[in-house]
Design a protein around this ligand. Structure first.
Ligand SMILES: Cc1cc2nc3c(=O)[nH]c(=O)nc-3n(C[C@H](O)[C@H](O)[C@H](O)COP(=O)(O)OP(=O)(O)OC[C@H]3O[C@@H](n4cnc5c(N)ncnc54)[C@H](O)[C@@H]3O)c2cc1C
Length: 339
């Protein structure tokens, strides 16, 4: 029986380069969440810059385990599941970590699953809440209790990971990232890792350009989406997104029309932002499946009978070409007044 005093939580700081130059908001959220569970260390493949170390310290991170992968390993293989899983499993074993938290990206989920299999750990993907079932230090191997939204956000399931360590991928926007009350001095520790020679070679990887300053759709805290009601003019959608610092998404029909490039829904991207604004979108079940887990849903539609109106926390009935620019102007005014 493991006597738990102060649990060790390892957070995966994903960075596909030899130098870690930024800490993504999703990772800061995991560190914030990790602090509620125990002492937080991070594991990464690259060398963190001084600025990154300062950020990690501000968030209360103690140690940064920097994987010492063979120098012969090309940077392009830093994204390969086999490499990431070896790093994660080694970091957990060497530090006797109780919990491994990984951002819920496609790569993160795959690597977490392989690492969990190698560790013989319990695995939960896409968790939206985490807490110990008992008091830390009570001397019992209290399991971790995890909430997870399923069936397009219509149900929340609760499960426990009874095996130690727990490997968990956590959805973006589960918590608000907040610096620690007491900052630490994050120290880098080398982590020797044996990595099998990858069986695949990454030949080319092309990053799609995102509008400058726009967050990634899957992890954005605010999403503004446009549908057929835009009639092909995504200008007001883009403008509102810029005013809010939001990501832009669309319905499949809008994408098939060639008006935008990424759609939300059962066969598209799943989003669970703190705020979703759907403009000119009817709320078809296929679309709903990808956004229903959003914390607050706002719709703008000129038809009060549109299904999305019923699904919304707030619905504005009107022409999006009138409503969105007014909303964007009001938000900019409000921000300017607070600046
Ligand atoms: C197998 C399959 C998989 C699918 N997967 C997906 C998926 O993953 N994601 C997805 O989105 N769809 C998906 N679809 C398509 C889906 O079923 C719907 O057809 C689609 O979501 C509808 O898109 P929409 O809301 O933009 O268009 P519509 O249903 O045509 O709705 C347009 C809305 O805009 C409103 N409107 C019109 N003019 C204005 C205006 N000026 N101002 C304000 N409102 C206005 C209308 O009242 C209407 O409610 C899938 C379909 C199939 C068959």
């Amino acid at each position: 029986m493991t006597i738990r005093t102060r649990p060790t939580v390892l957070v995966f700081l994903d960075s596909p380069q030899r130098t870690v130059e930024t800490v993504r908001p999703a990772v800061l959220e995991l560190i914030t969440l990790g602090r509620t569970l125990g002492r937080v260390d991070v594991v990464t493949l690259g060398a963190p810059t001084v600025e990154v170390l300062a950020t990690l310290g501000a968030y209360g991170v103690h140690l940064v385990h920097q994987a010492q992968v063979p120098t012969s390993l090309p940077e392009s293989s830093y994204r390969l599941t086999s490499v990431l899983a070896s790093v994660l499993a080694t970091a957990v074993r060497r530090n006797d970590a109780d919990v491994l938290l990984v951002p819920s990206s496609f790569a993160g989920k795959e690597a977490a699953a392989v690492a969990a299999a190698r560790l013989g750990s319990g695995l939960v993907v896409d968790a939206s809440s985490l807490a110990w079932t008992g008091e830390p230090g009570a001397g019992d191997p209290a399991p971790l209790r995890l909430g997870k939204r399923v069936f397009a956000g219509t149900w929340t399931t609760v499960s426990t990971v009874a095996s130690d360590p727990a490997v968990v991928t956590v959805r973006a926007n589960t918590v608000v990232a907040e610096p620690a009350a007491v900052a630490t001095e994050a120290v880098v520790e080398p982590l020797p890792v044996e990595v099998e020679a990858p069986r695949v070679t990454v030949v080319e990887r092309t990053l799609k350009e995102r509008a400058a300053g726009r967050p990634q759709l899957e992890e954005a805290a605010i999403v503004v989406a446009g549908g057929r009601g835009t009639n092909g003019d995504f200008g007001p959608v883009d403008d509102l997104a810029d005013a809010l610092g939001a990501a832009v998404g669309a319905t499949r029909d809008a994408v098939f029309e060639g008006w935008f490039d990424r759609y939300i829904g059962q066969t598209g991207v799943t989003v669970a932002p703190r705020l979703y604004i759907g403009a000119g979108i009817s709320g078809a079940p296929h679309h709903r499946g990808g956004m229903q887990a959003s914390q607050v849903i706002v719709s703008v539609n000129n038809d009060p009978e549109a299904p999305i109106v019923e699904q919304s926390d707030f619905a504005v009935v009107g022409d999006l070409a009138d409503v969105l620019p007014q909303a964007a102007a009001a938000i900019r005014e409000h921000k300017a007044a607070r600046a």
